[in-house]
Design a protein around this ligand. Structure first.
Ligand SMILES: NC(=O)c1ccc[n+]([C@@H]2O[C@H](COP(=O)([O-])OP(=O)(O)OC[C@H]3O[C@@H](n4cnc5c(N)ncnc54)[C@H](O)[C@@H]3O)[C@@H](O)[C@H]2O)c1
Ligand SMILES: O=P(O)(O)OC[C@H](O)CO
Length: 338
């Protein structure tokens, strides 16, 4: 099986840092020792990782393995024999464009961000194919909070790649007893789950912030899963991927824990804060805010109804206030469950 001697991670936020930690630990017993290079935009992030073995800005308080080395040189990270792309979805195209002259043809590129590109309504595999055509695409997605993964708490996730041999080699390259990637060949299914669950988690947070109770949250999660499934199937995803870790699994996690940035943002909206206040008080990304409209427009293009996602898109664009959006959902006509 192919071994990866040098893994590059593009994006030094919480998730890129946690994945660099996983890649370093998983390659510890490899000979020669695996190199892991984490590219971060912020000089301060590169500095604290290399000097204090901590990402003080995006993952504070978590000790990183000394073998995780950060760099400001994208050339250095791009010379790896596999890349993990962990920049926010709306910046994926521009970051890929910067890598285009640097990446060796056929290099596996594992997309680890979750979202749909605004304007083009493209999934990140489509963005990658256009912006970095020499990459061999794969998707890593599932229920996984960066802080828990970086601490070594047990996690399972979907790793999708159309090339089964490379996909399984990637599973072995980053897999650990406490980080278990499950191989799948369905890239679209794996990426749709993560993109849609972020939007739905904002809705679940609003329900929580409003104090609507556990029954309302369960109803919203289940009807949200129906939306995710309708959109996924219309785009060619497989039902078992949508019902797996990257779909239902991630939806369950993100709709049930205020550790989720998307859910906590929804909670604050439900408690009466404005979106501007909430976004102004954090420097981490809440992808659902940026993908909501794109998800809804993509669904409309395919004739798919997604009322919960539409309500979230209405709120984050300022078209609806929270109470109007809730009323619109609660007064929809009664209908068959499926
Ligand atoms: N944090 C998690 O637990 C987690 C888990 C799974 C997936 N993800 C996904 O990973 C992706 C990255 O999230 P994160 O949590 O690592 O981010 P973060 O919120 O911790 O950090 C923000 C990141 O955005 C980058 N950034 C800001 N402006 C940029 C620009 N103009 N160009 C390029 N990069 C820019 C920053 O450098 C930083 O890396 C998201 O799509 C997220 O949904 C996150
Ligand atoms: O904090 P969130 O809402 O971005 O969620 C993080 C991960 O996507 C959970 O799987």
């Amino acid at each position: 099986m192919k071994e990866f001697e040098h893994i590059g991670v593009i994006g030094g936020g919480a998730w890129g840092t946690a994945l660099a930690q996983v890649a370093a630990r998983a390659g510890r017993d490899q000979t020669p020792a695996r190199k892991v290079t984490l590219w971060a935009r912020e000089a301060e992030v590169v500095d604290t990782i290399n000097t204090r073995h901590e990402n003080a800005r995006f993952l504070p308080g978590i000790a990183l393995d000394e073998s995780v080395r950060a760099t400001s040189s994208v050339e250095e990270a791009a010379s790896a024999d596999a890349l993990l792309m962990v920049t926010p979805a709306q910046h994926m195209r521009s970051v890929c464009a910067g890598l285009k002259p640097l990446l060796k043809p056929g290099t596996p590129v594992l997309l680890c961000a979750k979202g749909v590109e605004q304007g083009t309504l493209k999934l990140l595999t489509e963005v990658l194919a256009e912006a970095l055509p020499q990459a061999l695409p794969a998707v890593l997605s599932g229920p996984s909070f960066a802080a828990e993964v970086a601490r070594g708490l047990p996690t399972a996730i979907t790793l999708a790649c159309a090339d089964e041999e490379i996909g399984k080699a990637l599973v072995h390259a980053i897999g650990l007893p406490t980080f278990r990637p499950y191989y799948a060949s369905d890239l679209i299914g794996a990426e749709i789950g993560g993109a849609v669950k972020n939007v739905l988690a904002i809705a679940c947070g609003i329900v929580e912030g409003k104090g609507f109770g556990a029954s309302a949250r369960a109803a919203l999660t289940t009807r949200g899963f129906a939306e995710m499934t309708r959109l996924g199937l219309s785009l060619g995803a497989r039902p078992e991927t949508l019902a797996g870790l990257s779909g239902l699994g991630d939806l369950i996690l993100t709709c049930n824990s205020p550790q989720s940035r998307n859910m906590s943002l929804g909670m604050a909206l439900g408690q009466g804060k404005t979106l501007e206040e909430i976004l102004g008080s954090r420097h981490s990304v809440s992808e659902g805010v940026f993908s909501a409209t794109a998800v809804v427009e993509l669904a409309a293009k395919h004739g798919i109804e997604m009322p919960i996602s539409e309500a979230v898109a209405g709120i984050v664009t300022g078209r609806l206030n929270v109470d109007e959006a809730i009323l619109a959902l609660l007064t929809r006509p009664f209908k068959n469950e499926s």
